[in-house]
Design a binder for this molecule. Structure first.
Ligand SMILES: Cc1cc2nc3c(=O)[nH]c(=O)nc-3n(C[C@H](O)[C@H](O)[C@H](O)COP(=O)(O)O)c2cc1C
Length: 165
């Protein structure tokens, strides 16, 4: 059985609530808040799910910004990573869910990153988080497209199951 950890960074609670939904959909995963997580504790997990909201203009959520340099130093041998990111595609239509890309960019090449998502059904103008025509992970918009969230989580978790032993 893969041991799964979800590490979320959330400034006003939206990403935290989504992380709990992802945990429930997976059935067996441990939640960590990026604010205060001990990176040593993540070594025991072989599947890591990193989630963060977007701040500034396409920037990574504050707690994750502090955590990321420590995460980059983890020994990722034998591990897989998936990312999810929240954003507001109406107010920030040209930097939608950019925080997710900041994590992806720091980790690509160091670890296998799985769980890219089609941009079909999303409304936005530009996003760093789109690489080769797909989101690098699960993009969610709790400000405008909250009606889509449960469906998007269910489809994503279903897709991730192929990578879990
Ligand atoms: C100061 C500020 C800057 C933001 N910048 C962006 C942005 O560049 N792109 C984006 O998609 N969302 C942006 N957002 C929207 C948040 O990412 C979104 O509301 C998210 O759901 C907040 O999640 P949290 O409560 O977990 O932090 C911004 C929000 C704030 C308050």
């Amino acid at each position: 059985m893969s041991k799964i950890a979800i590490v979320y960074g959330s400034s006003t609670g939206a990403t935290e609530a989504v992380a709990e939904k992802i945990q429930a959909a997976l059935g067996d995963a441990t939640l960590f808040n990026a604010d205060g997580v001990n990176v040593e504790d993540l070594k025991a997990y072989d599947f890591l799910i990193f989630g963060a909201s977007t701040t500034g203009v396409g920037d990574l959520q504050d707690d994750w910004e502090i955590l990321l340099p420590k995460i980059e130093k983890l020994d990722f041998s034998g591990k897989k990573v998936a990312v999810f990111g929240l954003g507001d595609s109406a107010s920030f239509s040209t930097s939608f869910a950019g925080g997710m890309y900041v994590m992806y960019k720091a980790l690509k090449g160091k670890v296998e990153i799985v769980g890219s998502v089609s941009t079909d059904g999303y409304t936005f103008d530009e996003s760093d988080a789109v690489v080769n025509g797909r989101f690098v992970g699960l993009a969610l918009d709790e400000d405008n497209e909250y009606n889509e969230t449960d469906k998007r989580i269910a489809a994503w978790v279903d897709d991730l199951k192929q990578y879990l032993d």
